[in-house]
Design a protein around this ligand. Structure first.
Ligand SMILES: Nc1ncnc2c1ncn2[C@@H]1O[C@H](COP(=O)(O)OP(=O)(O)OP(=O)(O)O)[C@@H](O)[C@H]1O
Length: 560
């Protein structure tokens, strides 16, 4: 049969991701399911013993102390199995989340650093992966038990009375149909609730970051009102999900009551004619709660599946994307010749080229300064060299080898890079520097700190290099943060040095000291420095002047 035009037959990537993760975590998911089935078996045996005790009390024979002791023992066993099932389910959820978090984090770290807002990355790794927990810890075991456990109960009922078994089986078939109908509405409502939650948390993070600016422009009240409106929208959507959840729970209770009625009617008729097996009547009635318990757990876990699917749809494009391809370095060479050949790049197709037909060559021991007005394309060239973006045209060669053929992470092994806005983590200054080379000992970190003039300000701090800095370098001035980041470049000890505005925010005296250090850093290495600084240009005379992304032809310009 021909396929209908325009219809996409590929499986939903979110569902495919969940299915693959469930297949991978199968061994962790089996224990909660088996423990749940064991619990159901206990319940059935308990119902049998209780029905026998009740028969004994009604003078119909059976029961007695052994049956009572057995029922009590089974009750205790059922509690123990329930606890073990919960523990195993939590472990399965934790294992699945840990695997997913690891995969998503390594993909995000392999991505271009500037391509995704930090808030979104954090939401993917934390919120969206957390939203998967219920899927593995509750939904999968509940779904497996909703199929198997009622079947076991119905077969046990059928063993003592065939028609009772058939009544239970018929009800068991009705429940999923009802759930599927209410589930369609719940699915849409839950997805919308999830989106609203994402919007609210994204907006909140953004506004918290910009709080000083909002206060400065007296926008805090307007923002509070906008956040309130977003929270109200979330509340409305949450209430809708809850309404639908209550509806499906109500439908389930109705079916349970109907089944109880049918069984009472069936055994009432049998009893009127002198029931052939009176214990069977009580046994079947006592089985009803156990029969519906897995459906209740399934219904409660249903929304977990919805949130997990929403989260999986957001994660799937990242995990399904192609693995970063490229060659690996055999070893880091001691020196690098950098050749940039007719390089062009347009970060945004709607805007003009940021870098156009730029060529230069830097030999080991040489330092090239990229100069030019703001927006000339200096930082873009450094980012292209770092592999944060692939150029639209042109070639970058390192020691004659095409740098673009190397894995971006491998290329960065050759490079010590200082970005324009370096990021400091919430840690000590010492550990912030050590980030550049985690295996470096304290002496190497201290030498790098001294070379970058970090020690000239840490000497006055009570805890020196062990002073704790806040998130984003809070507690240090702009120039101090820059020097800490510069110390990382010293510690990295790479053959290629790329520095973006290394003397920004420095007073002339400190700039002179840092320039001395830079001279030492660049000696014997291949260095490219983007800078506006006249003092820096005076120290490093080889300058490539850029304007609007192009090289400005000059009499004394560097030879390409
Ligand atoms: N991600 C991006 N998307 C769109 N345009 C961009 C992007 N990054 C840079 N640009 C544009 O490319 C041009 C060059 O920017 P770049 O940051 O390289 O300049 P720069 O010379 O380093 O400037 P500055 O000295 O102010 O840091 C600018 O016009 C900028 O607006």
């Amino acid at each position: 049969m021909p396929r209908r035009a325009g219809r996409d037959h590929r499986p939903d990537p979110g569902r495919a991701l969940l299915a693959a993760a469930a297949r991978e975590g199968r061994s962790a998911l089996m224990p909660p399911i088996l423990l749940g089935l064991a619990g159901t078996g206990c319940g059935v045996a308990q119902a049998w013993l209780l029905s026998s005790i009740l028969c004994g009390l009604l003078g119909l024979g059976g029961g007695g102390w052994p049956a009572l002791a057995g029922a009590a023992g089974l009750a205790l066993l059922q509690i123990a199995l329930g606890v073990a099932q919960e523990t195993a389910a939590s472990r399965a959820g934790e294992a699945a989340r840990a695997t997913l978090r690891h995969r998503i984090l390594s993909r995000l770290l392999a991505e271009t650093p500037s391509s995704r807002p930090a808030g979104e990355g954090a939401a993917l790794v934390v919120d969206r992966v957390e939203a998967m927990d219920g899927y593995f810890a509750r939904w999968i075991p509940a779904a497996a038990l909703a199929v198997t456990a009622p079947l076991v109960v119905a077969l046990c009922a059928a063993a003592v009375d065939t028609l009772s078994g058939i009544i239970l089986l018929a009800a068991g078939l009705l429940v999923p149909i009802g759930m599927a109908v209410s589930g369609i509405g719940a699915s849409v409502a839950s997805r919308r609730q999830f989106d609203a939650l994402q919007r609210l948390s994204g907006r909140f993070l953004d506004r918290m970051r910009g709080l000083p600016t909002l206060v400065l422009f007296r926008r805090q009240d307007a923002e509070a009102r906008a956040l309130d409106a977003a929270a109200q929208e979330l509340r409305r959507r949450t209430m809708r999900v809850l309404r639908l959840a209550f509806l499906s729970t109500g439908a389930l209770e109705l079916v349970a009551a109907a089944v109880l009625g049918c069984l009472a009617w069936r055994h009432g008729i049998l009893a009127a004619a002198g029931h052939p097996v009176p214990q069977a009547a009580l046994f079947c009635l006592l089985l009803v709660p156990g029969f519906f318990a897995p459906f209740r757990a399934f219904s409660v876990a249903y929304h977990e599946r919805m949130s997990a699917q929403g989260a999986a749809s957001a994660l799937a494009p990242i995990l399904d994307g192609p693995e970063p391809a490229g060659l690996k370095l055999e070893e880091v060479p001691p020196s690098v010749t950098l050749v940039v050949d007719h390089l062009s790049h347009r970060p945004d197709p709607a805007r003009p080229m940021a870098v156009e037909d730029v060529s230069f060559r830097v030999l080991p021991g040489e330092t090239l300064v990229l100069s030019g007005p703001s927006g000339a394309g200096k930082s873009t060239i450094l980012k292209l060299l770092m592999g944060f973006a692939a150029p639209e045209a042109g070639r970058i060669a390192l020691n004659g080898r095409d740098a673009l053929a190397l894995l971006p992470a491998e290329r960065r092994r050759l490079i010590a890079y200082l970005p324009q806005r370096p990021v400091l983590l919430r840690d000590t200054i010492r550990e912030n520097i050590r980030l550049a080379r985690p295996e470096a000992d304290d002496a190497a970190v201290e030498a790098a700190a001294a070379a970058a003039q970090v020690t000239s300000f840490t000497a006055a701090l009570p805890q020196g290099l062990d002073t704790l800095v806040g998130e984003g370098g809070h507690g240090l001035s702009g120039g101090q943060r820059l020097r800490v980041a510069l110390a990382r470049a010293f510690l990295r000890d790479a053959p290629l040095v790329l520095l973006d505005e290394p003397t920004a925010h420095l007073d002339p005296a400190t700039e002179a000291l840092v320039l001395d250090s830079l001279r030492r850093l660049c000696t014997g290495r291949t260095a490219v420095i983007a800078s506006h600084s006249a003092a820096l240009r005076a120290r490093f005379p080889r300058v490539l002047e850029l304007r609007e992304g192009r090289v400005v032809p000059q009499r004394r310009a560097a030879a390409p």
